[in-house]
Design a binder for this molecule. Sequence first.
Ligand SMILES: Cc1cc2nc3c(=O)[nH]c(=O)nc-3n(C[C@H](O)[C@H](O)[C@H](O)COP(=O)(O)OP(=O)(O)OC[C@H]3O[C@@H](n4cnc5c(N)ncnc54)[C@H](O)[C@@H]3O)c2cc1C
Length: 285
Amino acid sequence: MVDVLVIGAGPAGISAALYAKRAGASVTVLYNGESNLEKAHKIDNYYGFENGIDGKSLYQAGINQAKNLEIDVKQEEVFNIKKENEIFIIETDNYNYEAKAVIIATGNKKLRPNIKGVLDFEGKGISYCAICDGFFYRKKDVVVIGNGKFAIKEADDLKNIVNSVTILTNGEEIVDNISYTVDTRKIKEIHGENKVSSIEFEDGNKMQVDGAFIAIGEAGGTDFAKKLGVMLKGDSIDVDENMKTNIDGLYSCGNVNGGLLQVCKATYEGAKAGLAAVQYVKKNK
Ligand SMILES: Cc1cc2nc3c(=O)[nH]c(=O)nc-3n(C[C@H](O)[C@H](O)[C@H](O)COP(=O)(O)OP(=O)(O)OC[C@H]3O[C@@H](n4cnc5c(N)ncnc54)[C@H](O)[C@@H]3O)c2cc1C
């Protein structure tokens, strides 16, 4: 078991890992290789680079810096976090890690697909969390919209509760061989009166459904957080001044917390989260 497990290797996650490691904790960082920072062509406003630096180089330099400090940095996608008997279990496609404290530093991702009707029916048949809302769809017919491992995990969480689960990939290829019914047609619109009743495809055909769970791309910080019962502030995680969530031992930092979406703020919050997580671990020895 590791003292502190950090999810994310962007400026927030790596800062958190550096501060936690230097404060004496054992630290593992898991990341899936996709950071906002990598998309930045040139960072011109971050301290210390007289000619600016491209985001990809800064991202890689952070990862190298952590490895040089003997932090265990691994490229593995996380799709769930659980807390059992005061221990966090972090599920990846490879392994179930155990940690005394967890820091979510997964950046921000677009949760909402650009499908007509999604926004109108949020909370009225459109959900973003199978574990949280699956119970409301007992013995009903639902779809999961997505095509990756995250979508499959959501379907797994629904299958024993609902009558049927179909995965709608909205024109994308499915990542794996799976046991669920998969429909790859492009979605045109979600229909209903007061709540979702059907999904219309671009070929003009409709599918009757009682609910749709959105699980596009990989699981993000707010997806993990919702499953754990973490308080959110809109689409961001709600933290105190030490980056602590409402769950003991669980911290978050960087873009996933909203606010100023910049490297300087991500590193500041990472440092705070790293130090606070170590204090928590030491106190609960
Ligand atoms: C085009 C563009 C230009 C920008 N220009 C600037 C600029 O000039 N100056 C500036 O200060 N900021 C700029 N930014 C913003 C800056 O990149 C972000 O504020 C910063 O990267 C946020 O850091 P973060 O660590 O919170 O998240 P990110 O850098 O996004 O890192 C998220 C990390 O989480 C990991 N992750 C996510 N989900 C999972 C999962 N399920 N399992 C495992 N790992 C996961 C990712 O692999 C990644 O390592 C720009 C952003 C963009 C997109």
